[in-house]
Design a protein. Structure first.
Length: 392
């Protein structure tokens, strides 16, 4: 989750940073998420137009939709929303205006931060590097356990946003000396056009692009997006369609399709699975998932098994027991997956990268920090085993 550090600044500080050329971005970095819009007038993103038939400046015609008699059918994700005039789609970022479909999540992130890449989590892609991370409000899912529900389950009309068009995102990433731009926190598919245009500019400037997503997207827009994405972490939330529908509000098969396409398109891929007590902690189901991943060519793609923290609509549930996470990890390793990690348990040895051949520690992690690094030229320093990933 993003940090939310409240610190006001005085007029002298603001003028100082403006003269240094940092502008509102420096103010936002000092003040933390959204404090820019809370403290200083003149920087607020305009509220929703009083006339709901209007658009605002943070709108752009959607890339994937078809006109139908009932409304505009969005063809971006499997939800297949048919959006009536002046209404929003399920993701709350698609609006039917004058019988055209528009995104209203373009250049108006509600949060941004400079993150270690390990936070995404991406463990086998440019370790120790930083990623300039952005998100707008909205999501294609409605997960009962969402950790960022304050922004994912509302419309950009209802969030406090910054004015950050694609060019400015890239400028900020370069100023922050980051190696990549990450589209994360909420759901990047919901702000697809913003991601796509920003990623093209970022790549032209030598930056990498990271997609942290639930993977709920149709094939055509996904293949198009993969042309400008360098690494992805896709959240495979369970291996049961009924659970997907009830817990997350989507279907399983489209995510499995996404995993195959992302790998086929040559994007570095890591996979996340959150084990939610009473929902996704069935080890027989986890074994089926692990077996499927191995059988479909994902043995070299890291699997991150994450501990559940009670929040949003599942605050009645306990934290995932660590022995359950350890059992799941052993199942995945026994299925033939080479790199299986335990997440959200700081200090657990399951955070470390182990050579699949000689079993020595290649990367030791403490939270988001790396304390030991034994990979040289993409191979194990001890036995020369090739370690899958993008290391430089």
């Amino acid at each position: 989750m993003t940090k939310n550090i409240k610190r006001s600044i005085n007029k002298r500080e603001f003028l100082k940073y403006s003269l240094l050329g940092l502008g509102s971005f420096a103010v936002a970095k000092l003040m933390g998420r959204n404090l820019l819009t809370e403290t200083m007038s003149g920087f607020n993103v305009s509220p929703e137009p009083e006339n709901t038939a209007q658009l605002w400046k943070w709108s752009k015609e959607a890339m994937y939709y078809t006109a139908m008699p009932q409304g505009m059918k969005c063809e971006l994700c499997p939800n297949g929303c048919v959006v009536k005039l002046n209404d929003l789609g399920l993701c709350k970022t698609r609006k039917n205006y004058n019988n055209k479909l528009y995104t209203i999540a373009y250049g108006n992130p509600c949060t941004f931060n400079n993150d270690p890449i390990e936070k995404k989590p991406l463990f086998h892609f440019l370790p120790t590097s930083k990623a300039f991370s952005i998100a707008t409000a909205g999501c294609t899912f409605a997960c009962l356990n969402c950790q960022n529900w304050e922004i994912s389950q509302i419309s950009p009309f209802d969030s406090k946003n910054d004015d950050m068009m694609p060019e400015r995102v890239v400028e900020n990433a370069i100023f922050e000396n980051t190696q990549s731009v990450a589209y994360t926190y909420s759901e990047p598919i919901a702000f697809y056009e913003y991601v796509y245009d920003t990623a093209k500019l970022a790549r032209a400037k030598g930056l990498k692009n990271l997609l942290i997503s639930n993977g709920y997207i149709n094939e055509k827009p996904l293949r198009n997006l993969c042309k400008v994405i360098d690494a992805a972490n896709i959240n495979l939330k369970s291996f049961d369609n009924d659970i997907y529908m009830k817990l997350n509000g989507g279907m399983l098969q489209p995510i499995l399709n996404t995993l195959k396409i992302v790998k086929e398109e040559g994007v570095w891929l890591e996979i996340t699975n959150l084990i939610v007590p009473t929902w996704t902690d069935n080890m027989d189901m986890f074994k089926k998932m692990s077996d499927w991943l191995y059988a479909n060519g994902f043995k070299d793609n890291p699997l991150h098994i994450l501990r559940f923290t009670p929040m949003h609509k599942l605050t009645n549930l306990p934290f995932t027991a660590v022995p359950v996470l350890e059992k799941a990890r052993n199942i995945a390793l026994n299925a033939g997956l080479k790199y299986v990690y335990i997440g959200n348990v700081p200090g657990h040895p399951g955070e470390n990268t182990i050579c699949p051949k000689c079993k020595k520690v290649l990367i030791e992690r403490q939270g988001f920090s790396i304390t030991i690094y034994n990979i040289k030229n993409g191979t194990c320093k001890f036995c020369n085993e090739k370690i899958a990933g993008v290391w430089t």
